[in-house]
Design a protein around this ligand. Structure first.
Ligand code: 3PG
Length: 397
């Protein structure tokens, strides 16, 4: 159900769940992408004369109010972007929240304090979550689910409240689901998936599912060393998940059976240690010295990966190819990102999975318009690629 299904919203109080889990340096927001992504829904609701009450989380404060997890910096930034004051309640559903909501005029926006300051938000016990959802619902007449980054969480402000109030999907969730379904549904082929990031163990379900869906899997980032080790290669002191080697051997066998091409790097940029001041050089992927650590894919690999993307029609990318935050180890991620931009210009539909890869696109100075879709969801976009049903979406169906 879309926002239209909620009918005339003038003067109605609408509770919106947004994902404002933004990276902070102290109280400075270092990437406001998630706040900007929330604007279409908020503008639409204020334009319709609704009284908008936003609930969101920041970090994992473990059920207690902690000043460093306050949404105050978000309220300020949101106010700047909307060009209007956004009042911040200093509690989740208590006297301050009730006062702030009571004082809203038509077309105004208020933000409730970090919903994870209330332990019931993430409680396993249904009754506890439902109690908090009931308090949130009492602040509004309707609910709009727009926090795409949290739709994989069965939490009070995402799931339970949608069962109490008339509920609809917001513009962001709609756009995310439509875009991601171009990869999860019946993708135009060739369909290539680029996976990186540090751990294989974070992506087990995704890889297993992709081995039945994708035509090509391009692997880089810290997780690649577990793949190289599964092929019997020396990985030096690089990141290695020994307990996943057998699982990865199983993936390699399944890929062969299913005709899925697994593309591994040909060369690796190595250093003497993670915090060494400069790289030690580039080595072939099958000749990593025992005393070196791999921190990026090498130039030959970057070209290989870009070539494997050139003829594709659908691309999903999740996870950087190396430690891109440091200039010495950013080239692999940059080359792959450029390869995706070029393939997109040739007509491929490209999706950048949230979190680190979305940050990499911005940090490396790419124009976001070069990609078909940059997701705001980290875990949520991965779970969709994994083929899972997400509680925050099924509850709205
Ligand atoms: C995210 O950052 O991926 C979302 O905001 C979800 O946060 P969580 O992993 O703490 O639930």
């Amino acid at each position: 159900k879309t926002i239209d299904s909620l009918g005339d919203l003038r003067g109605k109080r609408v509770l919106v769940r947004s994902d404002f889990n933004v990276p902070l340096d102290g109280t400075t927001i270092t990437d406001d992408g998630r706040i900007r992504a929330a604007l279409p829904t908020l503008r639409r609701l204020t334009g319709a004369g609704a009284r908008v009450v936003v609930t969101a989380h920041l970090g994992r404060p473990k059920g207690e109010p902690k000043p460093e997890f306050s949404l105050a910096p978000v309220a300020a930034r949101l106010g700047e972007l909307l060009g209007a004051d956004v009042a911040l309640a200093d509690d989740v559903t208590g006297p301050s929240a009730q006062k702030v909501v009571g004082e809203l005029a038509d077309g105004q926006v208020a933000l409730l304090e970090n919903v994870r300051f209330d332990a019931r938000e993430t409680a396993k016990d249904d009754a506890e979550r439902e109690a908090l959802a009931g308090e949130l619902a009492a602040l509004a007449d309707a609910f709009v689910s727009d926090g795409f980054g949290v739709v994989h969480r069965k939490q009070a402000s995402v799931y339970d409240v949608a069962r109490i109030l008339p509920a609809a999907v917001g513009e962001l969730v709609l756009k995310e689901v439509e875009s991601l379904s171009r990869a999860t549904g019946d993708p135009e082929r060739p369909y290539a998936v680029v996976l990186g990031g540090s751990k294989v163990s974070d992506k087990l379900g995704v890889i297993a599912n992709l081995l039945t869906k994708a035509d090509r899997l391009l692997i880089g980032g810290g997780m690649v060393f577990t793949f190289l080790a599964a092929k019997g290669l020396e990985v030096g002191t690089s990141l290695l998940e020994k307990d996943q080697i057998d699982t990865v051997k199983g993936y390699l066998a399944t890929a062969e059976e299913n005709g899925v091409e697994i593309v591994l790097p040909a060369d690796i940029v190595v250093a003497d240690a993670f915090d060494a001041p400069a790289p030690a050089g580039v080595v072939p992927a099958d000749a990593i010295p025992a005393d070196k650590i791999g921190l990026d894919i090498g130039p030959e690999s970057g070209e290989l990966f870009a070539a494997k993307l050139a003829d594709t029609r659908t691309i999903a990318w999740n996870g950087p190819m190396g430690v891109f935050e440091r200039a010495d180890y950013a080239a692999g991620t940059r080359t792959v990102a450029q390869g995706i931009v070029d393939a997109t210009a040739n007509g491929a539909f490209s999706i950048v999975g949230g979190g680190d890869s979305a940050a990499a696109v911005r940090v490396l100075g790419f124009d976001e318009a070069g990609f078909s879709h940059i997701s705001t969801g980290g875990g949520a976009s991965l779970e969709l690629l994994e083929g899972k049903e997400l509680p925050g979406l099924t509850v709205l169906a």
